[in-house]
Ligand binder design. Structure first.
Ligand code: GLA
Length: 380
């Protein structure tokens, strides 16, 4: 991870607080990375497996006690003051949701002032929301001299999104942001909660991202609808995890053809994630790239969450010699495309992707999650 960037960002979060005035008391800080799925998209809410990394773009939070009983939030150039942390429809909602979730978990949190700084683009499929919740919750715990297990912190961050903000996300983003190993990938089993860390075996291959600039909303109707369709299909078959599905089981289901397509996606995608982890263990770059591209096609054809622009960016990357595969990342309907490419062809791949959509490109370096970064807070 480029820790220089993380400390610059933490300084920026502190400066945001300083410029807003407020209590002036000493702040605690925390930094959380974003997440990039390698293979295993739209399966976390179906009890599937996901291969993912945390990345070196992230969010920093600086938190200090309020000098009054009022909350102050400084984020993205906006300053908000509040009497309480409950959602009201402004920029403070996401920042203060962890306060509500921490209190619900039994932790006594005073009125706070919070400064936020980010290098992770919002709404770009890289788990900016989870990074924000985890960074803020970690900074609050640090301020209080409190600690939590990784599982409890993930539960608080997930509850902040689901219960406080009403966003129907699965468990992937919070787990990746917290549990990712240093310089490797995480294979998550969303049916059992189990996980395995895998080293990044290719010094000469990198991940490059292109944020198309078309941003999606996980709280929006399409994500919610895909989730409902998938869950209704699993329920009709009497199973709780897509890992239990087979072609013949799906074909036997008396469900809408759209629901069948969703089930075919989640069945194949969770298997691809397991194969992708095997490809990493064997250091088979070609196999991982092919699985990433197959994942993208399934997300477009069967789950119907891709867009013509995302498809164009994926094709542009795949056409670059030295690129092994590419796919959309996150919920879809816009956001980021990631490509797996040899280091010496990374710039060419970035130019091709940007040329297809006019978006912003960056390298995505596998980075440690908050359990590694904040052992004083994430305990046990
Ligand atoms: C969003 C959600 C996750 C997951 C992905 C798709 O990032 O927050 O829970 O469902 O989309 O894999």
């Amino acid at each position: 991870m480029s820790t220089g960037d993380a400390s610059d960002l933490t300084r920026a979060a502190l400066e945001a607080l300083e410029t807003a005035g407020g209590s002036g008391s000493v702040a605690a800080t925390a930094w959380a990375p974003g997440r990039c799925t390698l293979v295993g998209e739209h399966v976390d809410y179906a009890g599937g497996r996901v291969l993912c990394v945390a990345v070196d773009l992230g969010i920093a939070a600086a938190v200090r006690p309020s000098g009054t009983a009022r909350y102050l939030v400084v984020s993205g150039g906006a300053i908000v003051t509040r009497n309480d942390p409950d959602p009201t429809g402004d920029v403070g909602d996401h920042v203060l949701a962890p306060v509500v979730a921490l209190r619900a978990s039994g932790i006594s949190v005073p009125a706070l002032e919070v400064g936020i700084a980010a290098t992770l683009p919002a709404g770009a499929g890289l788990a900016s929301s989870a990074a924000l919740m985890v960074a803020t919750a970690t900074a609050i715990l640090r301020l209080l001299g409190a600690g939590m297990t990784a599982r409890d912190l993930a539960a608080v961050a997930l509850s902040a999104e689901r219960d406080v903000l009403g966003i129907p996300c699965g468990p992937l983003d919070q787990r990746a942001v917290i549990d990712a190993p240093d310089g490797g990938a995480l294979l998550l089993d969303c049916a059992t909660g189990g996980e395995e860390s895998l080293a990044w075996p290719w010094p000469d291959a990198v991940l490059v991202g292109c944020d198309t600039g078309v941003h999606h909303d996980v709280g929006g109707a399409e994500y919610r609808h895909r989730r409902e369709e998938t869950e209704s299909g699993l329920a009709a078959l009497g199973v709780t995890s897509c890992q239990e599905l087979t072609d013949s089981v799906i074909e036997s289901a008396r469900v809408d053809p759209d629901v069948k397509r969703r089930l075919h996606h989640v069945m194949a995608e969770t298997r691809r994630a397991v194969e992708a982890a095997d490809a990493m263990r064997r250091a088979d770059l070609g196999a991982l790239g092919r699985l990433m591209s197959a994942s993208h096609r399934s997300l477009g054809d069967l789950h119907e969450v891709s867009t013509p622009m995302l498809d164009a960016v994926v094709s542009a990357a795949e056409d670059v010699p030295g690129c092994f595969g590419a796919r959309m990342v996150g919920a879809g309907f816009g956001g980021t495309v990631v490509a797996l490419v040899t280091r010496d062809r990374a710039d060419a791949c970035r130019r091709a992707m940007a040329g297809a959509c006019g978006g912003v490109t960056f390298q995505l370096r596998p980075s440690p999650g908050v359990a590694v970064l904040a052992p004083d807070v994430v305990r046990g």
